[in-house]
Design a protein around this ligand. Structure first.
Ligand code: ZN
Length: 247
């Protein structure tokens, strides 16, 4: 049974401003708790745990991380509060096969930038404009059951250029009413681990309530489940003896 851990910095939900109020309206117990509940039916063969930055060891002590097959990451205002030592541990585990699903503003998280090795920058605008998501690779497992195209009526714009490496495979592309476009759903592999990034999901908008968005995230989690479990990150073993006789 695949073990999924949804990590959230869980700060917007607790902030005493207009943004916090909107975030609590859509996600009263936090984005992590909402996703755990919303994705449950689509991932009924998985165990899902929701954790947050304010928990002991930032929500990811060894006993949790070492029991995680796919880690889902939502962060925005506290990327720098995630200790480098934790990023090291997550990186090792991804290289050993753990899947990593990074959502929305997690594009600037330490772990995403570490895994991709590029700035992961983009341009953005928050005026609640319409977004139209297009499925670019309908044959991809993450696109199964997802319409050819669907609209998000009010969103935060994320636009190109997106500072990701050339091996980012585009599954979804977004167009925004203001004219921008963005590679809003991309997959990568690092070591033995699969990575999926999906852009929709601004904290003050009910985007995670949308069935198409939930379907994409559930599919992304499933695609990232390691087929052979998680082991040590690949090393550089010295082959002392040849496999076949050498004359
Ligand atoms: Zn946002």
């Amino acid at each position: 049974m695949p073990k999924i851990t949804i990590w959230n910095e869980f700060l917007h939900e607790q902030s005493n401003d207009a943004c916090g109020e909107l975030c609590r309206k859509h996600y009263p117990k936090g984005i992590h708790a909402y996703l755990k509940k919303a994705l449950g039916p689509a991932l009924e063969d998985c165990t899902i745990r929701a954790v947050s930055l304010d928990m002991p060891e930032n929500g990811l002590p060894d006993k949790v991380l070492d029991a995680t097959d796919v880690l889902v990451w939502w962060g925005h205002m506290a990327h720098d509060k995630v200790p480098d030592a934790l990023v090291d541990r997550i990186q090792r585990r991804v290289l050993g096969g753990m899947g990593l699903v990074v959502l929305h503003s997690g594009h600037m998280s330490k772990i995403f930038r570490r895994m991709l090795g590029t700035p992961c920058t983009l341009r953005w605008r928050e005026i609640g404009e319409k977004e139209r998501v297009w499925t670019c690779d309908p044959a991809h497992p993450i696109a199964q059951g997802v319409p050819e195209t669907f609209a998000i009526e009010h969103t935060e714009m994320y636009g190109e250029p997106f500072g990701v490496p050339d091996d980012a495979h585009v599954v979804f592309m977004s167009w925004y009413a203001g004219g921008n476009v963005f590679r809003s759903g991309v997959t990568l592999q690092r070591g033995l681990g699969r990575i999926f990034y999906f852009a929709p999901g601004h904290e003050t908008l009910p985007i995670y309530h949308q069935p198409e968005v939930q379907r994409v995230i559930a599919n992304g989690i499933r695609w990232c489940v390691p087929a052979n479990g998680v082991g040590p990150a690949p090393g550089c073993p010295h082959e002392k003896a040849p496999f076949e006789p050498v004359q």
